[in-house]
Design a protein around this ligand. Sequence first.
Ligand SMILES: [Zn+2]
Length: 501
Amino acid sequence: MIRDPAEYIELTADGKAQKETYQAFFGRMLEMLGYSEKEAKQKFDNCFAWETMLNSVLADKAESGSELTTEADTYYTRDELLAATPNIPILQTLEKADGYPVMDRYLIPAPAVMEKLNALYTEENLPLMRDYLILHGIYENAEALDWESYTLICDCQEMLSSGSHYEFDKETYDESLVYDDVILRVAWPVSKLYVEKHANPEDKARLSKLVEEIIAAYYGIIADADFISDETRAGAYAKLDNMTRNVLYPDSWDPYSFADVNFASKEEDGSLWEAWRAIKKHEHDQEVSAVTMPFDRTIWDSLPFRGGCSYTPSVNGIFINAAFAQDPNYRPDMSDEELYAYMGAAIAHEISHAFDAEGAKYDKDGNLINWWTEKDYAAFKEKNEKLAAYFNAMHPWEGQDFNGEALIGEACSDMAALKCILRIAAEKENFDYDKFFRAYADRCAVKETLAMAMARLEDEHPMNYLRVNANLQQYDGFLNFYGITEGDKMYLAPEGRVAIW
Ligand SMILES: [Zn+2]
């Protein structure tokens, strides 16, 4: 229950307040479930006592200086696992109760902790474990029970996070508040509905073509990068080769199917609880079947009905959600110039995150494996430092600095993206540069108060005016088109330019 494990050793005022909040919540929930006040109190005390024991095992770990997660992973065979945990029926639970298949080996992240837990698993402690399971079961499922349980859990969570009660009025309660909860439970069926209504194969094909065009241009950018050797270049090409392109929605809906989920609607006398159980079972079954499969990089970890376009280094994939490709970012009747300025720049920006200071640490499969030679990485680092210094020398208003070091990832991607699009434009006949540059600036146009601007100083993206001006001044394609030369405010001499790629 209580966030900080140290609280189980000695309760502070904050820990005490948390404990009281839980006590009030479980007291009422257990009463509704038919327990007497005395029984409810006993159950709460038992659960707390068991959590205290669990925490003492984990606290030992923290004291010895090594975090749980950094203890060397150890594989156990089935027999070794059985021998190491004579008391806890781990395999029985996994296989009989949870339906996990029999495996040859098991990854144990913290063997020492597992052995200590085994020692706690005694007949004497059984009531404590039972009540721990009852209370945690209540906590996890309260929101799907009746109205009172729902308000109680919301109030409990509000008290824990802000220290004040949640104000409810069933009459005026806005149903839209629960949509987010419900939508996330059925995120993939909702995605499919969204896509049927707001996306289509023609747009998917047009944007997929754009993605390929951008990736082709990046091969050129990597080929021309004079600060890397052929060895590093090969690693960069491999990332492009192997990048998954997830455009608007998945090519197949099969992995996201809810066909096994069955529950009746409200009109057919179904209840939220039955729906909740059916979905939980589906999630559990999916988890069980995923355990025996190798990790699949092609599964979407982004929801098409949510806005956003992103690059995920750990799977080396880009995700262009269907909800992102909507007006003003995308319209089917957009000219090519507008398409490149809006979708093109956004997609190229995301792809180049594969090669910014953070993304460059991951390899073609999304593993944290270095693919740089030492010399090339030193040159890359130096370029990043120069990029940070460029922003550190600028001031949005008098007396205000930027944190250039915090901006390098996004700034690197913005600049690489523009370079990429300008490469593509150079191949086009009758490309309307004026239209393109105006659309490129429009995309970042923003009206904000000084307070909003100040809040944005914390953001890892450069301020919007810089996402246009700082990028454009790096390239002759812009400077020459508008005849910008030394003495003009937008002019930046070649030696002062900081685009990394
Ligand atoms: Zn970005």
